[in-house]
Design a protein. Structure first.
Length: 127
C-alpha cells in the first residue's frame, strides 16, 4: 500500500522495522517518504526504493551509471545499483522511539561497530 501511494505521488508514513539504518533510523521510528525522482537524491541522503522484499529505506552512497547505490548505515555491503525506476523518494524520520537503557547484546555491538565504521569511511572520503 505504501509503495502504491508513493508511485501515485503522495507522501506516505510508516513504522520502520529492522536495524540496517541504526542509529539514523531506529526500529520503531515513524518514517515519512516524500516522492521525488532519483536524480533529486544526492549521496548522503536517505532514500526509499522498491527492493526484492518490499520497501527499503537506506542511504544513497553514490550515483552510478544506470542508478543509485544504496547502503544501510549499519551494513558492511552496498545494496547494489538500484535503477532509477525503482527509486520512490526521499525519506526522513518524523518521530523516533524512546531510547531504552539495557545491557547491550552482542548483535547490538556489531550494529554499533558497523555504523561507526560506515560513518568513519564517509567522513574520511570527504577529506
Amino acid at each position: 500500500m505504501v509503495i502504491e501511494l508513493l508511485r501515485e505521488g503522495q507522501r506516505a508514513r510508516f513504522t520502520a522495522r529492522g536495524g540496517s539504518m541504526w542509529p539514523a533510523v531506529r526500529d520503531g521510528a515513524l518514517v515519512e517518504v516524500t516522492p521525488c525522482p532519483a536524480a533529486a537524491l544526492a549521496p548522503g541522503e536517505i532514500g526509499a526504493y522498491v527492493g526484492a522484499r518490499g520497501l527499503v529505506v537506506h542511504r544513497v552512497v553514490a550515483r552510478e551509471p544506470g542508478g543509485l547505490r544504496f547502503r544501510g548505515d549499519a551494513r558492511a555491503q552496498d545494496d547494489g545499483v538500484v535503477d532509477d525506476a525503482r527509486v520512490l523518494g526521499r525519506a526522513r524520520v518524523v518521530a523516533a522511539p524512546p531510547w531504552r537503557v539495557s545491557a547491550p547484546r552482542p548483535r547490538h555491538l556489531v550494529l554499533v561497530w558497523r555504523a561507526a565504521r560506515s560513518w568513519l569511511r564517509r567522513a574520511t572520503a570527504r577529506t
